[in-house]
Design a protein around this ligand. Structure first.
Ligand code: ZN
Length: 221
């Protein structure tokens, strides 16, 4: 397996190591509802290791024989400074870039784990479970405007999201995460998926869009 590396949307490498990917579940009410999950008053957090990351434009290989693999399209935040018990001001100064991620999920495995009250790593942290797009510098996006993103599969829109619909908005969410786990430069935070998740199948063509800034084509190998 090739080691994953972060890139800017210009194609230049970002010289920061990916240590971990911290993810939030159920950050959009409509998605929590579609999976019959309750929404809570504190964010549901889990992690993916660096070995889960792949370059999104490369063909995506699905695990075989482990049931359905679902796509979850998520806004990804690239951290540029260490954050421990951070204030919201610290967080604003530490966001280096924005990109897109697929939080690939073995949904059948996850359902079995949930039923047994077990952790989700087998369903969420496998090799290749986190295709990541190149990143757009944070300054390129207007902080006062909502960030929007979308996923098309074979020309049909399946998911669209906007930061306006997040139950836990990005800056307080990252401040909260930093109270539990120190975030290091190169770490990535996935901010949850909007509704419309579903199973991936071999041969599908995916197009992911982040505002006007990024357009990524990839396919399921
Ligand atoms: Zn997710």
């Amino acid at each position: 397996m090739h080691a994953y590396q972060h890139f800017w949307h210009t194609g230049n490498p970002i010289e920061l190591p990916l240590g971990k990917i911290v993810c939030v579940g159920r950050n959009y009410a409509a998605h929590a509802k579609e999976l019959n999950n309750p929404v809570s008053d504190t964010p549901l957090l889990f992690m993916k290791p660096a070995t889960a990351a792949t370059v999104m434009e490369q063909p995506i290989h699905l695990p075989q024989g482990r049931g359905e693999v679902h796509f979850e399209t998520e806004l990804a935040v690239l951290i540029g400074k260490p954050l421990t018990d951070a204030t919201e001001k610290d967080v604003r100064g530490a966001i280096l870039g924005f990109g897109l991620a697929l939080d690939l999920t073995l949904r059948d495995v996850q359902s079995q784990l949930k039923a047994k009250g077990q952790p989700w790593e087998r369903a969420k942290a496998f090799d290749g479970a986190c295709p990541l797009s190149p990143f757009v510098p944070a300054e390129a996006l207007d902080p006062k405007e909502p960030i929007t993103f979308a996923l098309d599969i074979d020309g049909h829109r399946h998911q669209r999201g906007t930061t306006q619909e997040m139950l836990f908005p990005i800056v307080p969410l990252i401040a909260h995460i930093s109270e539990h786990f120190t975030l290091m430069p190169g770490d990535v935070v996935l901010t949850g998926t909007p509704e419309g998740v579903g199973a991936l199948h071999q041969g599908q063509k995916l197009t992911l869009q982040l505002g006007e800034e990024l357009l990524i084509d990839t396919r399921i190998a």
